[in-house]
Ligand binder design. Structure first.
Ligand SMILES: Cc1cc2nc3c(=O)[nH]c(=O)nc-3n(C[C@H](O)[C@H](O)[C@H](O)COP(=O)(O)OP(=O)(O)OC[C@H]3O[C@@H](n4cnc5c(N)ncnc54)[C@H](O)[C@@H]3O)c2cc1C
Length: 389
């Protein structure tokens, strides 16, 4: 390590790259972060609505998100910076039998992982989500330890802390090549310089396939378009982030989710029913009417809410919907923190902690057998083959 210019180079100052740089630098590693954009968190990080939960069903995501929750919830105490952490929980209301069965079916796994989550009856859900449409409401799950964070504030703060610990950041530098000698990554070339390090972390989000390909490694990351919006602030009335798993009555949308952030703004997002592959980030004409209808249907009291802005960003998807985290197969020194799908902000700090620990201590923070579920060497198409049988 000592003969190299840096101990590690991180490609991407985003949801994954910034915490990774911070955890590396905090332990004394010499870190360089490169981003083609002009500031930190300007890729998909700032598109996220900031939901953070450990209540997944996959053990690796549960353990990784638990690390993230610990980091986010203690960040202000540890650094003095407010990143908008709000421990308001997550609520998944159920309006039909099928969704109730799905949610109830996940509870044993989640409880086996000692997650704070339970099924609440109709009246309790109405207390947790004041004003929720009671018509057909059957109850729902509620996990009080989950929460929300402001993604841009978080990424700026991770960056400041990484810089304070000696990391270097270079913006407006696009990585155009990875130096590979004898199947070993030795550094990167950008459009304006060359840097050497024995470890290169690919945290380049939606462009991760192209970046891995520079070292001859295949990482199938398929960006998908998603839109979101935010209101003007209103008096705090809502604690949890609410996820409605029903398809929209308009036939265009799958789930819809929203919450009220630490500043009182209502932030919302839906998943289109048909996936929209590609990198189109232009807002659409149809988003706001559909989102408004879904919001007002769930919470009629929001019918006069003033919307401030909308935006569109990308989920960096993988074929099996799970992130690729760990050493790249077939080449030494390339570490992957990619394919975070729609959960990269909430998993980012946990992924960063594990990546830093792999570099500095040769093992992840979480149980290696659980961490292996995210291995880039796994069969990403196993589920597809299974469903064809
Ligand atoms: C509408 C919407 C809502 C979302 N809501 C949530 C949410 O509530 N919770 C959640 O957890 N997630 C959410 N997400 C998903 C989340 O935003 C992403 O999963 C996450 O930001 C991906 O993190 P990343 O670090 O992989 O990518 P990014 O944050 O995009 O970082 C990658 C960085 O790499 C840089 N880069 C790329 N190629 C190069 C190159 N060749 N050279 C130099 N730099 C390069 C980019 O400029 C970028 O800054 C949401 C996404 C959208 C679109």
């Amino acid at each position: 390590m000592a003969s190299a210019e840096f101990d590690a180079i991180v490609i991407g100052a985003g949801s994954v790259g910034n915490p990774t740089a911070y955890f590396l630098a905090r332990e004394g590693a010499r870190v360089l972060v490169l981003d083609e954009l002009s500031a930190s968190g300007q890729g998909q990080n700032k598109a996220a609505i900031g939901g953070v939960r450990a209540t997944h069903s996959d053990p690796a995501k549960i353990r990784t998100a638990e690390l993230s929750l610990e980091v986010f919830s203690r960040w202000k105490e540890e650094t003095g910076t407010d990143i908008g952490w709000k421990k308001g929980g997550y609520c998944f209301p159920a309006y039909d039998e099928k969704i109730e069965a799905t949610l109830r079916g996940l509870l044993p796994v989640q409880k086996a992982h000692r997650l704070a989550i339970d099924w609440l009856g109709t009246e309790e859900i109405r207390r947790v989500v004041p004003g929720i449409n009671p018509e057909g409401l059957r109850g729902g799950t509620y996990s009080p330890d989950d929460g929300q964070v402001n993604p841009l504030a978080a990424s700026e703060s991770f960056t400041r802390e990484a810089l304070r610990h000696g990391a270097q950041y270079r913006y407006r530098e696009r990585v155009v090549d990875l130096r590979v000698e004898d199947h070993t990554v030795t550094g990167v070339r950008t459009d304006s310089g060359e840097y050497r390090a024995p470890v290169v972390v690919n945290a380049s989000g939606a462009h991760a396939s192209q970046v891995s390909a520079l070292a001859g490694v295949s990482t199938p990351i398929l960006p998908e378009s998603h839109e979101a919006g935010i209101s003007a602030p209103v008096r705090p009335f809502l604690d949890p982030l609410v996820v409605d798993l029903r398809p929209g009555p308009e036939g265009r949308t799958a789930n819809f989710y929203f919450g009220q952030d630490a500043h009182g703004q209502v932030i919302f997002c839906y998943s289109p029913k048909e996936k929209i592959p590609g990198e189109n980030r232009s807002s659409t004409f149809e988003f706001m009417p559909i989102a408004a209808a879904r919001l007002v249907n769930l919470l009629p009291r929001l019918r006069n809410l003033m919307i401030r802005r909308v935006w569109r960003g990308l989920y960096p998807m993988t074929p099996d919907g799970n992130p690729l985290v760990g050493w790249a197969p077939g080449v030494t020194g390339l570490l992957l923190g990619v394919g975070l799908c729609g959960q990269g902000f909430m998993l980012g700090p946990g992924v960063g902690m594990n990546l830093a620990s792999l570099v500095l201590h040769g093992r992840p923070v979480i149980d290696p057998d659980v961490f292996r579920l995210l291995s880039p060497a796994r069969d990403l198409y196993a589920g597809t083959r299974e469903s064809l049988r």
